[in-house]
Design a protein around this ligand. Structure first.
Ligand code: COA
Length: 570
């Protein structure tokens, strides 16, 4: 089918649907919801048989849904309506939640139901639930609805006939989730912060400053006067609640002199609070961004960095942890990333917050390269990148630094840099990518499109993709890593790896690759063309799109002709 994805942004859910639908053989194009006229134009150009709206903030124009079948992904169970579905579910402590695929009609979220799925609601931030459970359920709904569409006997069920357990709820306001630090226990504080994480964040006041809070985790041991700041660990702060304490990893400052209404940058809490923390003791607690464990002779290094963003400081900490792990007597070392993201490369918010963003970018890429180099140069054991979360830009190439790269089936990879203002990229990609994908290198870098894990495996970008879901992937990855340790060919594999590295080094030293990549990056950071700085600014301040880029909008490319032989389904 010819399917138009009409969306506010090409976010993770939209990207996942994009790769899943392409896999099914559909012809896809994407249009950002800029305004009604632009949407109407896109529909006229592409003549879709179906419009899917995975992530919309406004209603689809009547002129579109009256003439073309339109499906809306709503992140709530049957009957749930309104723009803050997940926020309410988390705040209200629901134990189960759902996703419903509705047909667009005059009343928002009230059209007939094509498919619906329910799932247990994990105790997690809104963004995490959205990227995992909601995305998996949305894909299942869309694929099921496509089968139903092909069945002439199927009619979507009007909500009135089966209203479900959901209801219409208003947009959540900050007042609905304000924390009362003198009365709220840990569970309520966590629910409130998580209901607003990643957008818009929970508004709070600290020392007269208005701040949005994110990235909250329970603390099991430390306690103090409710509301008091009782510790920091160099990144996050720990605040006492009525019955315990919570760690808050990230904050965003609200300030009138800041450039946008979603003002301020989401940064490590300690960086935002600065001097306010004078006198607050530094202590480690139950929150660990980097965690090492050993299972069956395999070292597992997890790095659960918020939003997958890797600042210089995080890169250096991870490098130190890698070196520490190399001191252990293991035969296989696995880089396991985090549950939501594996890695998204340079920390663009921290860079933006620096008085000299070019210098900060330079420092960050050096730290990433040092990390990649050390992984590539690990010669005394086999290394694996196990990706249960998505990765983008430098984060993908960091994974390719390992000997073996495995991913869960729902993982989406963006192995390219150009979307960030034509950034050239480093992380030894000029060494790591061609040796895996050969002459597809140019296309992968230039197309700027996401790849699903199965497609990445087919292209040779990764070695394998397995498991029914994330948990099953990690379980199977443990078995496979343990099998590597026991592999009778282990010594031969290791010898091959060393020989290959030595041969590659003789042909072209790693240092040359780095030098060459960084000469391009130097121009990106310090040169006359400000594209990277502009793109980074737009990204971190979430500047709304004013048009859909041509690599996504097939219908806007030169040479695209609307087919005149098919009739739209209505
Ligand atoms: N640095 C800082 N923050 C980042 C980040 C990065 N490299 N990549 C993503 N984030 C943040 C986003 O700002 C967003 O913040 P929010 O919590 O306020 O919502 C959050 O992570 C999720 O990002 P989003 O773009 O909504 O996620 P997605 O899953 O829809 O898209 C990517 C994933 C990778 C396509 C997209 O995030 C991206 O292009 N990131 C930049 C990659 C990059 O160019 N890195 C620098 C070069 S190495």
């Amino acid at each position: 089918m010819r399917i138009l994805l009409l969306t506010h942004a090409f976010n993770s859910l939209t990207q996942r649907l994009y790769v899943e639908l392409l896999r099914c053989g559909h012809v896809l194009s994407v249009e950002f919801d800029v305004n009604d006229a632009v949407t109407e134009e896109a529909v006229a150009l592409f003549r879709p048989q179906l419009v899917i709206a995975p992530f919309l903030k406004r209603a689809i124009p009547e002129s579109v849904w009256r003439n073309t079948l339109c499906w809306i992904v709503h992140p709530g169970p049957r009957g749930d309506r309104g723009p803050s579905a997940l926020d309410w579910a988390i705040l209200d402590g629901e134990t189960h939640w759902g996703v419903t695929l509705l047909q667009a009609e005059a009343e928002m979220d009230a059209g007939p139901v094509w498919a619906t799925r329910e799932f247990p609601l994990r105790a997690a931030a809104k963004g995490s639930l959205y990227r995992r459970e909601v995305t998996d359920a949305a894909v299942a709904c869309v694929l099921e609805a496509l089968e139903r569409l092909a069945d002439p006997g199927f009619r979507p069920e009007p909500l009135a006939e089966n209203p479900g357990r959901g209801r219409l709820r208003p947009a959540m306001r900050q007042a609905d989730r304000t924390i009362d630090w003198s009365r709220d226990d840990t569970a309520s504080v966590l629910r409130k912060i998580r209901s607003a994480d990643g957008v818009p964040g929970l508004r709070d006041r600290i020392e007269g400053r208005e701040l949005y809070l994110y990235d909250a985790h329970p603390e099991g041991t430390l306690t103090g006067t409710p509301g008091g700041m009782i510790a920091h660990d160099g990144h996050a702060i720990c605040r006492a609640t009525l019955d315990g304490a919570v760690w808050i990893g990230h904050m965003r400052e609200r300030g009138e002199d800041l450039p946008h209404d979603l003002a301020g940058l989401k940064l490590p809490a300690v960086q935002v609070l600065g001097d306010v923390l004078r006198g607050v003791p530094e202590r480690s607690g139950d929150r660990r961004e980097i965690r090492y464990e050993e299972v069956d002779g395999v070292g597992w290094l997890y790095f659960d960095f918020y939003n997958g963003a890797m600042s210089s400081e995080r890169c250096r900490r991870l490098l130190a942890a890698w070196r520490e792990a190399l001191r252990r007597d293991t035969r296989v070392l696995v880089l396991a990333g985090g549950g939501d993201f594996w890695s998204n490369g340079l920390h663009l918010h921290v860079i933006e917050s620096n008085a000299d963003p070019a210098e900060a970018s330079w420092d960050n890429i050096q730290a990433m390269d040092d990390l990649c180099e050390t992984i590539i140069e690990t010669r005394d054991r086999l290394t694996v990148a196990a990706m249960s979360g998505n990765a983008g830009a430098g984060g993908v190439f960091l994974a390719l630094a390992a000997d073996l790269v495995w991913a869960a089936p729902g993982v989406v990879l963006n192995p390219h840099y150009k979307n960030m203002g034509n950034l050239y990229g480093s992380e030894y990609w000029t060494y790591l990518l061609p040796r895996r994908v050969g002459d597809q290198t140019g296309d992968i870098m230039a197309n700027r499109l996401p790849l699903g894990a199965p497609e990445a495996r087919a292209a040779g970008l990764i070695d394998d993709c397995f498991g029914a879901d994330r948990d099953d992937f990690l379980h199977q990855a443990q078995e496979r890593a343990a099998a590597l340790v026991q592999d009778p060919d282990y010594a031969a594999r290791l010898a091959d790896k060393r020989a290959r590295r030595e041969r590659d080094e003789r042909e072209r030293p790693l240092a040359r690759y780095r030098e060459d990549e960084l000469s391009h990056m130097q121009l990106n950071f310090y040169g006359f063309d400000p594209s990277y700085h502009v793109a980074r600014y737009n990204f971190v301040y979430r500047v709304a799109h004013s048009r859909t880029p041509l690599h996504l909008a097939l219908h806007r490319r030169k040479g695209w002709r609307p087919p005149d032989d098919e009739v739209a389904v209505s």
